[in-house]
Design a protein around this ligand. Structure first.
Ligand code: ZN
Length: 314
C-alpha cells in the first residue's frame, strides 16, 4: 500500500480542568495516558497525551488543560471534530457505556458508507466513533477499563471546517501524502494508505464564522514525518507551494521534532517526526505516562514547575 507511514500524527486540544480531562479519556474512553508533561511554551500548564497502548502516531490525542478556560463552540477556519475508529460490533457496547456515564450523544448517521456516532467530551469537544471493521486489526489499549475487543483503535479522521478548501487540499496532497478519496455533498475525504489515522475531512462552509479558541477547541493538527530529514523536506515543500506560508524552524519537542505553520484557511498545522516517540522517555514501556516527564532543559526546574501545576491524580 502506498504512503503507509503518513497521515495524522497527533491532535492537540484546549481543555478545562486536568482531572476531568484525565478521567474522561482514560476511565470512560479507555485510552492510555502515554505521557504527562508540561506545555513547553507555557510550563505552568499541563500537556497530557493519550493514545493506544504503544502510543503510536495516528492514535494520539493531547490536551492543554486550563482550569478557567471558557467554552466557545466551533467555527470556521479550524479543526472541529476528532473521530476514532472502532469495530462495527462494538456499537451497542459504546451506546450502553455512554448512557452509563452520562456522556452526551447525538443521533448516529451514515457517512461514506460507515456508521458514525457523534458525542462530546466534558469541554464540549466534538468527538465521533466511526464503526469500521478495518479497525478490528488495529491495536487499542488492552489494560484499560474497556474490554480489548471494544477499545478505540486510533483516529479515523479529523474534520476541518473551512470557507476555502483548495489550499488545504493542496497542502494535504503535496506535503502530507494524502489523496482525494470521496466527496459527499460538502464533505471531501482525503486519505493515505496508513492503517491508522489515515483520513482528513474537509467540510466546506458557506459563511465565515471565526470563533475565539476556548476549552473544547482543537489547537492544532499534526501530521507524520518519517524522520528529521523527511521533516525538513516537508517543510521545504510547504514553502515551495507559494502560498505565502512561513513555517517555523524545526523545534525539538524531545518526544518528536516539529515544524508549525498556519494554513491560509486558518488552521494551525504541525509536522512531527515519528521518532523517538513517547516510549523513548521511559526505560520500560509499562511506565509510560506514569510520572511527570520534563525534557532535559526543564529538568533543573522540576520542583518549581511541578508546584505550579494543578493537582492530577493519574
Ligand atoms: Zn503538537
Amino acid at each position: 500500500m502506498k504512503f503507509k507511514d503518513k497521515g495524522l500524527h497527533h491532535i492537540t486540544v484546549i481543555a478545562g480542568p486536568a482531572q476531568t480531562n484525565y478521567d474522561f479519556y482514560t476511565r470512560i474512553l479507555g485510552l492510555r495516558m502515554v505521557l504527562q508533561s508540561v506545555n513547553q511554551d507555557d510550563t505552568g500548564t499541563w500537556h497530557l497525551f493519550y493514545a493506544n497502548g504503544s502510543g503510536e502516531p495516528g492514535s494520539s490525542l493531547t490536551f492543554f488543560p486550563f482550569r478557567h478556560a471558557s467554552r466557545t463552540g466551533t467555527g470556521t477556519g479550524e479543526a472541529t471534530t476528532v473521530s476514532f475508529a472502532v469495530p462495527t460490533a462494538s456499537k451497542t457496547f459504546w451506546i450502553d457505556r455512554f448512557r452509563e456515564f452520562d456522556v452526551p450523544v447525538k443521533e448516529a448517521f451514515k457517512r461514506f458508507g460507515l456508521e458514525v456516532l457523534p458525542f462530546s467530551d466534558p469541554d464540549g469537544l466534538q468527538l465521533e466513533l466511526v464503526f469500521d471493521d478495518a479497525a478490528k486489526e488495529l491495536p487499542g489499549w488492552d489494560n484499560g477499563p474497556v474490554p480489548s475487543e471494544h477499545t478505540l483503535r486510533g483516529f479515523w479522521s479529523t474534520t476541518l471546517r473551512l470557507t476555502e478548501t483548495e489550499t488545504t487540499a493542496k497542502i494535504l496532497q503535496e506535503v502530507m501524502d494524502f489523496e482525494p478519496a470521496v466527496t459527499e455533498e460538502n464533505m471531501h475525504l482525503f486519505r493515505t494508505g496508513s492503517a491508522i489515522g489515515n483520513a482528513v475531512l474537509l467540510e466546506k462552509a458557506e459563511d465565515s464564522n471565526m470563533v475565539h479558541p476556548g476549552r473544547g477547541t482543537i489547537h492544532h493538527v499534526a501530521f507524520r514525518a518519517r524522520d528529521r530529514k523527511d521533516l525538513e523536506l516537508m517543510r521545504q515543500k510547504v514553502i515551495d507551494l507559494n502560498l505565502n506560508i512561513q513555517p517555523t524552524p524545526v523545534i525539538d519537542r524531545h518526544v518528536f521534532e516539529s515544524v508549525y505553520f498556519r494554513t491560509p484557511a486558518g488552521v494551525l498545522f504541525e509536522i512531527a517526526t515519528d521518532p523517538p516517540g513517547y516510549a523513548s522517555v521511559v526505560e520500560k514501556e509499562e511506565d509510560m505516562g506514569k510520572e511527570l516527564f520534563l525534557p532535559p532543559w526543564l529538568e533543573p526546574k522540576r520542583s518549581e514547575i511541578a508546584a505550579k501545576l494543578d493537582p492530577l491524580e493519574a
